[in-house]
Design a protein around this ligand. Sequence first.
Ligand code: FPP
Ligand code: MG
Length: 315
Amino acid sequence: MNPPDGEERRASLAATGYADINRAADYLFRSGGKRIRPLLLILSARLCNYRGPHEHPVLLASAVEYIHAAALLHDDVLDDAAVRRGHDTARLLWGNKASILVGDYLYTRAVDQVIRLGNEQIDTVLAEACRRMVEGEMLQFSHRRDLAITEDVYMSIIDGKTATLIATTCALGAILTGPSNEHRDALTRFGRYLGLAFQIADDALDYAAAPAKLGKNLGADLCEGKITLPLLHLLASCSGRERDLVEQTVERSGAAAGDFQSIAQLMERYGSVAYALAQSREFASSAVKELAVFPPSSHRDALEVVADYVVARDH
Ligand code: FPP
Ligand code: MG
C-alpha cells in the first residue's frame, strides 16, 4: 500500500496514510447509505434536551456510522456479496483482504473517537453493542442452511446483528444528556424495536423488492443460506412437496435465479413476505409507543417519521 499524495489525502474522508484504505473507505461512504444511525443519535440527543458541547453528539454519530461501515465491509466478505448500495462491493473491487483491513481501520477509528469523550458509560455500552453484533453474526453463521431453526433463534440473530447497535445509538442520546434512566431505557427499547423492524423489512425486501431500487442482489439471503422470517413462514405454511423444493434449494450452495423465482412464487401464494412486513410494522408501532414518555416535539415527530420510513421503504 502506498501513502497518498497531499491532494488525495485532503480529499479523503478517512485520511489515513494509506491510499488503498482511503480509496476503499471513501468509496463506501460516498456510495450513499441511509445514515439512519447518525440521524437517530442526533434526534435522540435533541429529544433529551442535550445542551452540552455541540461536537460530542456529532463525534458519537460519526463513530457509530464508522462501526456500521466496518461491520458492512466485514459482512460483505462473510456473505461473498457483490453489490452494496447499488455499486460493486469493496471486496469485489479491492479484494477481501483490503476490505477486512479497511473495516478494522474504521472500527479502531471509532474506538479512538469514543474514548476521547472520556465517558465510561458510553465506552461500556458501545463495547457491549459491538460484542453483541459479532455474537449475532456468529449465531447466524452457525445456523446457515439450517432449516430447523426456530423463529426465536432468528429473532436472536437479528437482535444481535442489527437491533443492538440501533438501540445503543438511541440510548447514547440520553446517556450524553444526563442521568434519566427512564428516558435512556425508553430510547433503548425504541431503538431495539426499530432495529428489529428494520431487519425484518430488509429480509422481506430481499424476496420482493424492485431489483433496480434495492441496491443489492435480490435473493441474496437464499443464495447465502440465510434462513430469514419470510422463509420460516413459508416452511411453516407450505405442503410436504413444496417443503422438499425449499429444502433442496437451501441446501444447494448458491441457488440459481430459477430457484429464487420458484421460492418467491411460493411466498407470494402463502403470503410470506406480507407476513414478515406485518411483523415489521408491529415492531415499528411498538417503537413509536416508547416515545410517549417524551413530551410532544418536532424531534419526537421526526423519530416517528424514521419508524414509518423503516417499514415503508423500498430499498
Ligand atoms: C448485515 O446483515 C450485517 C450486519 C447488520 C452486521 C454485521 C456484523 C459483523 C460482520 C460483525 C462485525 C462487527 C464489528 C463491530 C466490526 P445482512 O447480511 O443480513 O444485510 P445485508 O443484506 O445488508 O448484507
Ligand atoms: Mg450481508
